[in-house]
Design a protein around this ligand. Structure first.
Ligand code: G1P
Ligand code: ZN
Length: 547
C-alpha cells in the first residue's frame, strides 16, 4: 500500500464548538479542510498515547450529504497513520448514541462521528465532525484544544492510496495493514436498549391497542426505530414515519421541536391522535415527547424519568444522581431532593456530564434542548428517552398528560420556556449581552412589579472531578420567588448569532399549574425585554422559535 504525504497549509479557522467542528458542506469539501482536522486528531491521540498499537477506531455518521465521501477519505488516512482496525456502521451510518455504545462495547480508544446534529443537510447544508474518547463521550476541552492547536501547525497529512471500501456490505476488509469491519449499525444498540427496558411490558401495552407515532425526520433513527419499535416491540408498520434516512433529510430541518417536527405535531394535535408521539434529530441524540394534544417540556421529561426510573429494569436499583445543564429548569432538582440523591448544575453541552458519569456520581442527565440520557452511553440518546417513556406508560397505564399533571401536583411545576432569536448580526447579539451584564451591579434588590431580583451572575462552573473551570456560561437573573431569566448565546449556530432567553417560574397550585406557559411567564418575558432592550436592539417583534 502506497502512502502519500500531502503538503498542507496550517488550518486557519475558528476553534471547534462544544459539539466538534461544524461548517457548510462546501467548506468541508475545500482543499485539505477535512484532512487537516483528521490528521490533527490522529497526531493528538498518538502523541498522548491514547491509541496504542493495535487500537480500534469507530468511524460513522448520521448519513447526511458528504458522509460517504468523508468516510472513505478518513479510512485511507487511518490506514496511513497506523490505525489497526476501524469499525464502520453499514452504509457509513451510526446514530451518535449508537456510536457511543459501540465505542464502549468494543473498548475502542475513540471514534470519529460525522454529523452536524440537527442542522440541515444537503449540498447547501452543514457537515460536521467530532472526536469522542474511549469512554464514548465527546472529547474534553483539553483534548479538543490540543487538536485545534495541532491543526494550526500542520504542514502535511498522510493518506493511503487504496480503493473505496464497500460500505453497504457487512464484513471485514483489508486496507494495507488495517482491517475495516463493516458492522450492523443497529444490533448492538438494540441489544443495549433491551437490557435496560421492559420490552415485554411495552409489547403488551402496544398489543393492547396503545397507539404511537415516531417521526425519524428522514434522519439516522429511521432504521433504529423500525427495528426496535416495529419489529421488536410489535408496533404496526407505519408507526415510524419519515423512516428512510436521506442525505438532505428530505429538505427538512431535522430538529425535533414544535416548529420543525410539524408533521408529527399535526398528527398529535389532530383528530384521532395516537396516545404517544416522539421524534428524534439528524444524528439521533435528541428527543421530543408528545402525548395526545400535549407537549412534554424536556426539563419536565428529565424530572419525570428520574421520578419513575425504578419502573425500568436497568434503573430498578435506583439512580446515583442527576445532572442538568444550567438553563434546564430545576424540576429535576426537586425529584433529586425527594430521592435523596445529588443534582449537579453544569454548563450547556453534553461533554460536561462525562466526568460525573465516569465517576459514578450521576445516572441521569438532561438538557432543556431536547437532550436526555444516562450513563448507559456518554451521549444524549433520543430513542432511549422514547423507550423510557414507553416503559413508564406500560407500567402506569395513564395518558401522558395525566402522568405529567400528577407529577406537577406532587412536586410543583417549574413553568418553563425558551425563546430563541436566530441569525442575529453578531454585534447585535453581543450588544444585548453587554446591555444585560452592564446592569448587574445595580440589579440585586431591584423590583420589577411583583418580582424582586435576588441575585445575578455570569454562570461559571468548576468540574468537581478534574477541577477545570468554565466561565462565561450564561447570564442568570434570579428572583426572590425562585423565578429565573437566563440570557445565553448559542455556540452551535453557523449563521450569525443566536440569542437564547430561558424563562422559568415555580407554581405550586395545581389549578394554576395548567395555565399555558407563555401566559404564566408573561411577566418575566416583559422583564427580559426591558432589561435587554431586546425589541429595540434586534428589531424583532417575536422570537424565531418558542419552546
Ligand atoms: C445547543 C443546545 C445545547 C446542546 C447543543 C448540542 O447548543 O442548547 O443544550 O448541548 O446544542 O446539541 P447551543 O446552540 O445553545 O450552544
Ligand atoms: Zn443531535
Amino acid at each position: 500500500m502506497n502512502i502519500r504525504v500531502v503538503a498542507t497549509t496550517p488550518f486557519q479557522d475558528q476553534k471547534p464548538g462544544t459539539s466538534g467542528l461544524r461548517k457548510k458542506v462546501a467548506v468541508f469539501k475545500s482543499t485539505n479542510y477535512l484532512e487537516n482536522f483528521v490528521q490533527a486528531v490522529f497526531d493528538t491521540i498518538f502523541d498522548n498515547a491514547a491509541a496504542p498499537p493495535g487500537s480500534t477506531l469507530v468511524l460513522s455518521g448520521d448519513g447526511r450529504y458528504y458522509n460517504r465521501e468523508a468516510i472513505q477519505i478518513i479510512l485511507r488516512m487511518a490506514a496511513a497513520n497506523g490505525i489497526a482496525k476501524v469499525l464502520v456502521g453499514q452504509g457509513g451510518i451510526l446514530s451518535t448514541p449508537a456510536a457511543s455504545a459501540v465505542i464502549r462495547k468494543y473498548r475502542s480508544f475513540g471514534g470519529l462521528i460525522l454529523s452536524a446534529s440537527h442542522n440541515p443537510g444537503g449540498p447547501e447544508g452543514d457537515f460536521g465532525i467530532k472526536y469522542n474518547t474511549g469512554n464514548g463521550g465527546p472529547a474534553p476541552e483539553k483534548i479538543t484544544d490540543t487538536i485545534f492547536a495541532r491543526s494550526r501547525e500542520l504542514s502535511s497529512y498522510r493518506i493511503a492510496e487504496a480503493p473505496d471500501v464497500a460500505l453497504d456490505r457487512q464484513g471485514s476488509y483489508a486496507m494495507g495493514g488495517m482491517t475495516v469491519e463493516v458492522i450492523d449499525p443497529v444490533a448492538d444498540y438494540a441489544e443495549l436498549m433491551e437490557s435496560l427496558f421492559d420490552f415485554a411490558a411495552i409489547r403488551e401495552l402496544i398489543g393492547g391497542g396503545f397507539r404511537l407515532c415516531f417521526d425519524a425526520m428522514h434522519a439516522v433513527t429511521g432504521p433504529y426505530a423500525r427495528e426496535i419499535l416495529e419489529r421488536r416491540l410489535g408496533a404496526p408498520t407505519g408507526t415510524v414515519i419519515n423512516g428512510v434516512p436521506l442525505p438532505d433529510f428530505g429538505g427538512g430541518h431535522p430538529d425535533p421541536n414544535l416548529t420543525y417536527a410539524d408533521q408529527l405535531v399535526a398528527i398529535m394535535y389532530g383528530e384521532d391522535a395516537p396516545d404517544f408521539g416522539a421524534a428524534s434529530d439528524g444524528d439521533g441524540d435528541r428527543n421530543m415527547i408528545l402525548g395526545r394534544r400535549f407537549f412534554v417540556n424536556p426539563s419536565d421529561s428529565l424530572a419525570l424519568i428520574a421520578a419513575n426510573a425504578a419502573l425500568a429494569p436497568g434503573y430498578a436499583a435506583g439512580i446515583a444522581g442527576i445532572a442538568r445543564s444550567m438553563p434546564t429548569s430545576a424540576a429535576a432538582d426537586r425529584v433529586a431532593e425527594k430521592l435523596g440523591v445529588p443534582c449537579y448544575e453544569t454548563p450547556t453541552g453534553w461533554k460536561f456530564f462525562g466526568n460525573l458519569m465516569d465517576a459514578g456520581k450521576v445516572t441521569l442527565c438532561g438538557e432543556e434542548s431536547f437532550g436526555t440520557g444516562s450513563s448507559h452511553v456518554r451521549e444524549k440518546d433520543g430513542l432511549w428517552a422514547v423507550l423510557f417513556w414507553l416503559n413508564i406508560l406500560a407500567k402506569r397505564r395513564l395518558p401522558v398528560e395525566e402522568i405529567v399533571h400528577r407529577h406537577w401536583a406532587e412536586f410543583g411545576r417549574n413553568v418553563y420556556s425558551r425563546h430563541d432569536y436566530e441569525a442575529l448580526p453578531s454585534n447585535v447579539a453581543a450588544g444585548v449581552m453587554t446591555q444585560v451584564k452592564g446592569q448587574f451591579a445595580q440589579l440585586p434588590g431591584r423590583r420589577f412589579g411583583d418580582y424582586r431580583v435576588k441575585f445575578c451572575d455570569d454562570f461559571s462552573y468548576t468540574d468537581p472531578i478534574d477541577g477545570s473551570v468554565s466561565t462565561g456560561q450564561g447570564l442568570r437573573i434570579g428572583f426572590d420567588d425562585g423565578s429565573r431569566i437566563v440570557f445565553r448565546l448559542s455556540g452551535t449556530g453557523t449563521e450569525g448569532a443566536t440569542l437564547r432567553i430561558y424563562l422559568e417560574a415555580f407554581e405550586s397550585d395545581p389549578v394554576r399549574q395548567k395555565v399555558d406557559a407563555q401566559q404564566a411567564l408573561s411577566g418575566l418575558i416583559a422583564i427580559a425585554d426591558e432589561l435587554s432592550q431586546l425589541k429595540q436592539r434586534t428589531g424583532r417583534e417575536r422570537p424565531t422559535v418558542i419552546t
